[in-house]
Design a protein around this ligand. Structure first.
Ligand code: ZN
Length: 449
């Protein structure tokens, strides 16, 4: 029997076993087993994709963006192979491909949508060719793993060169409003960004990182939306590039509305994104830009956002023990700052913050000091802190100006969630902000509290 067939069926068997015996979500084990049996299984499966192979990377929002892309394609009637659960290293992607393959190791997918960790993307390029790479943004993230921003941009650049060598159709789609991505562009690249963004409430801009032009000067901005994202220019002539679609957005506390115009066809449409935060408006716009580029009809795009369900921990609204809650992963200063902004805009907010420092969280929690917890200074209600690094978080809040009486410590994660729910009134909303491994732990008990 063909090695691939054995690998796929072994992988499927392992996935089923993990599910039956309730051993976690099983996002990498089937891939590990299959890869051992047939080292080329990933290449062989991905390369059977009937239409576009799409990769997505970037610091923040890659999971949400890839999910948006996948949802749009499915609404348009396409079959999609997708590493949906944010398992974005080789074994996770292999597992996703095995799920979309039949027992003869034939992939049944019109599109593959593959989210990749920034550092892993260049490894992906050794296994398969891609038609598109969408890059959401680059922020300082998990410094201990990847070093500085430039290093991350260089790793992505290496991947781009490899993908270009594999296929001349390969096209990069970049956030026009992020100056840190411009070194990745070539003459074929497409850009997405907002001409203007209106906030339906007073929007305190989170403290941005400065972005530096390749000539060495700091960029100037005519508009800045969050972090270093906005309309930038430099006296040397470098500036924000023109975008493929012309888009504006209105940001409300719990959703946003995007107004989109395709200058090539003159078509105009609007999309409602039922997720909070300007960053999710960007994630949606990136996905929409790619969808329009590959010829998906605007009705399908609009409908997919109407029916979109969030993924656990990515601004997921839920009801826990009869209380309204929203779970939002935090992992770096800018991302956390944007979540905190949303919390401040919501007068009914209660807060639980859970900080772990396992490998997947980044071992170094010094990023907490760069996140704008000062936004909570006038919040006035108690804030519960938990997780392995609850003490660091409590100290950080104290320095942000929160009264020690308002900082409640509960190191045990499950107890902390229960306490927070108990303290949330029916007309209030609990914002739970976990780091990655805290999120995974929560996922195991949250439905059976
Ligand atoms: Zn310059």
């Amino acid at each position: 029997m063909n090695k691939n067939i054995i690998a796929v069926n072994m992988g499927k068997g392992v996935a089923l076993g993990l599910k039956l015996f309730n051993f976690g979500s099983g996002t990498s084990m089937p891939g590990i087993v299959a890869k051992k049996i047939a080292p080329k299984i990933l290449s062989d499966l991905v390369n059977q994709t009937r239409k576009e192979i799409i990769t997505v990377t970037g610091t923040n929002g890659k999971t949400t963006t890839a999910n948006f892309v996948s949802a749009i394609l499915k609404t348009a009637g396409r079959k999609v192979a997708h590493n949906t659960r944010g398992a974005n290293m080789l074994t996770g992607v292999t597992t996703a491909m095995i799920e979309s393959a039949n027992c003869f190791a034939k992939l049944d997918a019109d599109n593959s949508v593959l989210e990749s960790d920034e550092a892993y993307l260049k490894v992906f390029a050794d296994y398969f060719s891609a038609d598109y790479l969408l890059v959401t943004n680059l922020f300082r993230d998990q410094l201990d793993r990847y070093g500085e921003l430039d290093t991350t941009a260089k790793m992505i650049k290496t991947a781009i060169e490899k993908f270009k060598n594999r296929s001349e159709n390969f096209t990069v789609i970049l956030n026009a409003d992020d100056p840190g991505l411009q070194s990745l562009a070539d003459e074929k690249s497409l850009f997405f960004g907002f001409e203007d963004i209106k906030f339906a409430f007073e929007h305190k801009k989170s403290q941005g990182e400065t972005a530096t032009c390749s000539c060495g000067k700091d960029f100037e901005y005519s508009k800045i939306y969050y972090g270093h994202i906005g309309h930038y220019y430099c006296s040397c002539g470098k500036r924000r590039p023109d975008t493929f679609l012309k888009a504006t957005a209105e940001i409300f506390v719990e959703h946003s509305v995007l107004y989109i115009k395709n200058p090539l066809t003159g078509e105009e449409f609007s999309v409602v994104v039922n997720m909070p935060g300007v960053y999710n408006a960007y994630n949606a716009l990136g996905a929409i830009t790619l969808a329009v580029k590959i010829g998906i009809a605007s009705e399908d795009i609009i409908n997919s956002f109407d029916g979109y369900k969030t993924v656990f921990g990515r601004a997921e609204s839920c009801v826990l023990q009869g209380k309204n809650a929203i779970i939002q992963l935090i992992k770096n200063p800018v991302g956390a700052g944007e979540v905190l902004q949303t919390v401040c805009d919501d007068k009914s907010a209660k807060i639980l913050i859970i900080i772990n420092d396992d490998y997947a969280d980044g071992r170094d929690v010094s990023w907490l000091w760069d996140a704008n917890f000062e936004l909570l200074k006038d919040y006035g209600k108690s804030i519960i802190v938990s997780g392995v690094r609850y003490a660091d978080m409590a100290v950080r809040l104290k320095y942000a100006g929160i009264k020690p009486d308002n900082i409640v410590i509960e190191p045990d994660l499950k107890k902390a969630v229960k306490l927070a729910l108990k303290n949330t009134f029916p007309d209030e909303k609990l914002y739970i902000m976990p780091t990655y491994t805290a999120l995974l732990k929560m996922q195991k008990f949250i439905k059976n509290l």
